[in-house]
Design a protein around this ligand. Structure first.
Ligand SMILES: Nc1ncnc2c1ncn2[C@@H]1O[C@H](COP(=O)(O)OP(=O)(O)O)[C@@H](O)[C@H]1O
Ligand SMILES: [Mg+2]
Length: 448
């Protein structure tokens, strides 16, 4: 017996699955990127209760069948490994978290017709049915105009009840705040998509995003154009999951202290949308799209003295379940298997960052050596463990239960080993005092 959910009741809760405005816009941008767009325009117009927000792209567009499927909650489709999509919900859930009327217009061939489809919450509530409305092109020029003669897709949000929560949605306050939202979206997209905007993503196509006609400039969390920014050695970590292994790339950076930035303006910009203190920590990327920008995920606490530490962590969608990626793609959890290693990396980077904060350029080498030593240890442990894994796989076959069980135990052992050896390396480094200076051959005694 099939029992269908009540449309009227369910649509209400689907509006609240954790999107904020800029996160919701970012989810539309994901779709545009996935459709191969190179040019995305975001337009917002304040017209009191008729205000609207629109995202237009020059991607592949959608055929009639694809458009209808795209509006289904839980789109039925196959995902490639390099896809930015995931749950088949983003378009609907992100849009309806902000507005009551979502219209999608799309055209997949230059000669073809523009097709439109719409969810309207008022209609769903009135009918209690999952009924998609099909407006005529001439009745919805706001959605069709950007597609004139071109292939692509337009997503239009109207009835912005969640954005214009004012007693008077056409009042002065509403107007001012609507204007501020533009900056908020701009800052967020500049961060989330910085690799795409700076042509650093693995995807080959260029990408420009315009907001109300202005191009969005990428924001680099690691201020890599500053000569004093320090990029520490990249670490490749492995996450095991049954017989499979996922690679996670970790790249730590220590940004310069305020006085060492090229200009005060560059320092201000590097502070980021959430400002220095809250931008320290991990930057998680999934297929080059940032999921989390800053924060230590409870592996340590944010502290004024470590605010110059920022660490990129890259993973692939095949590891989504291990990172517990949420629907709005705004949150991950550090997999238990990575906690020890990420904590160790974070604390060594934090130490260097503290040195940089205090302006101790001398201290760099010392802490750098410690980091190098720890890295060497980790590498060695990794090599041995890998050799053991290869031998075991040959012995038992890649899919055997035995291999999976042993693999789990080895992973735990590896964590313990790395942790213990890291501690020993650290203890040695502290014991040697400023060991770096002696080790690098420079005398501690200034007279020699
Ligand atoms: N801008 C777009 N251009 C082309 N196709 C799109 C666009 N936006 C959405 N789609 C289609 O709609 C589907 C559903 O999108 P969405 O609800 O965001 O889920 P997901 O991205 O997880 O698949 C996508 O898989 C894609 O096929
Ligand atoms: Mg999507």
């Amino acid at each position: 017996m099939e029992v269908l959910p009540s449309a009227r009741r369910l649509i209400g809760s689907l509006r609240d699955i954790g999107y904020d405005l800029s996160g919701a816009v970012a989810d539309l941008v994901d779709n545009s990127i996935a459709a191969g767009s190179t040019f995305i325009r975001i337009d917002m117009s304040f017209e009191g209760s008729n205000s609207w927000i629109r995202v237009s792209d020059d991607g592949s567009g959608m055929s009639e069948g694809a458009l209808v499927e795209a509006l289904r909650f839980g789109t039925r489709r196959h995902y490639d490994l390099d896809d930015l999509g995931k749950f088949g919900l983003g378009l609907k859930a992100a849009s309806l978290s902000q507005c009551k009327r979502l219209t999608v217009a799309s055209r997949s061939t230059a000669q073809g017709r523009t097709r439109l489809a719409r969810w309207d919450i008022d209609h769903i509530e009135a009918t209690d049915r999952w009924e998609v409305i099909r407006p005529r092109a001439r009745d919805c020029r706001l959605a069709t105009v950007p597609l004139r003669g071109a292939v692509g897709t337009v997503v239009l949000w109207e009835k912005l009840d969640r954005i214009l929560r004012f007693k008077s949605p056409s009042g002065r306050r509403a107007l001012t705040e609507f204007g501020q939202l533009e900056t908020e979206i701009e800052d967020h997209l500049a961060m989330i998509f910085h690799r795409f905007l700076a042509r650093e993503a693995r995807r080959r196509l260029p990408l420009d995003i315009l907001i109300n006609g202005r191009p969005i400039q990428p924001w680099d969390p690691f201020a890599r154009r500053e000569t004093e920014t320090r990029a520490l050695t990249e670490q490749k970590l492995a996450l095991t999951d049954g017989g499979a292994s996922h690679r996670v790339a970790v790249r730590p950076y220590v940004l310069p202290a305020e006085s060492r930035f090229s200009t005060p303006k560059a320092h201000h910009i590097a502070g980021g949308p959430r400002r220095w203190n809250r931008q320290q920590g991990f930057y998680f990327y999934r297929n080059d799209r940032m999921i989390q920008g800053g924060g230590w995920n409870r592996l340590r606490t944010s502290d004024e003295h470590t605010k110059l530490a920022r660490i990129s962590v890259d993973f692939l969608p095949s590891a989504d379940h291990l990172f517990e990626l949420n629907v709005s793609k705004t949150q991950v959890r550090v997999p238990p298997e990575l906690r020890a290693e990420l904590t160790a990396i974070a604390s060594s980077v934090a130490r260097i960052a503290q040195g940089s904060y205090r302006g101790k350029s001398e201290g760099h080498q010392g802490t750098d050596l410690t980091v190098a030593r720890i890295e060497a240890v980790r590498e060695l442990v990794g090599l041995v463990i890998n050799a053991v894994r290869v031998a075991l796989t040959e012995e038992f076959g890649p899919r055997s239960i035995e291999l999976q069980n042993i693999s789990k135990r080895i992973s735990r052992l590896e964590q313990r080993l790395v942790k213990d050896m890291t501690q020993i390396a650290k203890a040695k480094a502290t014991h040697n005092g400023n060991g770096a200076v002696t080790a690098s051959g420079r005398a501690t005694n200034p007279s020699s």
